[in-house]
Design a protein around this ligand. Sequence first.
Ligand SMILES: O=C(O)CCC(=O)C(=O)O
Ligand SMILES: [Fe+2]
Length: 274
Amino acid sequence: MYTDLTQAQIDSYRNNGFIVIHDFLTADELETWRDAVEEAVAELGQWKLAGQEGNERWQEGDSYYDRVFVQRINLWQANEKVRQVMLDPRLGRMAAQLSGVEGIRLYHDQALHKAPWANPTAWHLDDPFWSFSSPDAISIWVALDDSTLENGCLYFMPGTHKRATFNSSGIGENLGDLFNVYPQWKNNPTVAAPMKAGSCSFHNGLVAHAAGANMTPGWRRAMTCLYMPDGSVFNGNQDVLPDSYVATLKIGAPLDSDEQNPLIYHPVKPLVTA
Ligand SMILES: O=C(O)CCC(=O)C(=O)O
Ligand SMILES: [Fe+2]
């Protein structure tokens, strides 16, 4: 795993709101990630959120959004192999260095697999969906297959994280709805981010991004993880948090449960390890 970031990479991330790291995983590591993720996705079946099997809210249906990607969340909680992969402090250290924060908690992981002929992923911001609001939230997106212009690679709008508010448009059927909320971005340039399997990107939770349709008969599989700066507080959005946990939270309460959001990197505090 390529984990050493140069100052130039960190600067590029801070300026653009994203960075692509080619050849992030070795061939063996890629095999480990694929095997773990495939096993966990198969175990969850039609349920999108681990621990919520049987809860209709998290049942896959046949909506437009269900055809954007196969989305399976918190696989680390359900599967030992994914837990080994996701609780790796090296991932947390990279997230901390890029965002310039001290400690990193795992907010949630998610497999995002575009099936053959999947719908495009509309332009959106991530952070407004989440249970905390931070300009330093960051995600990793790891290509488990070659991700190409043909099968639905990511696209970014550089620099938008610097000006975004927490207003958003969701991820609907209209690719450009985000630009009704941010009309000042309508003519901004965009950057495609095709990646070989085993490469990855990191992106800020407030940078505008999207992905293409899958115009091929093959799969475009990706494993992602969303990271929360240690010290972040509950903003009132339930998102993927279980009912029983949300019932204990007031707005402004620290999201510091190591069962739900393990501390995976910190220079001094004890970490949760696999
Ligand atoms: O994989 C995709 O289609 C979209 C990914 C994305 O929006 C994310 O990782 O935040
Ligand atoms: Fe996203």
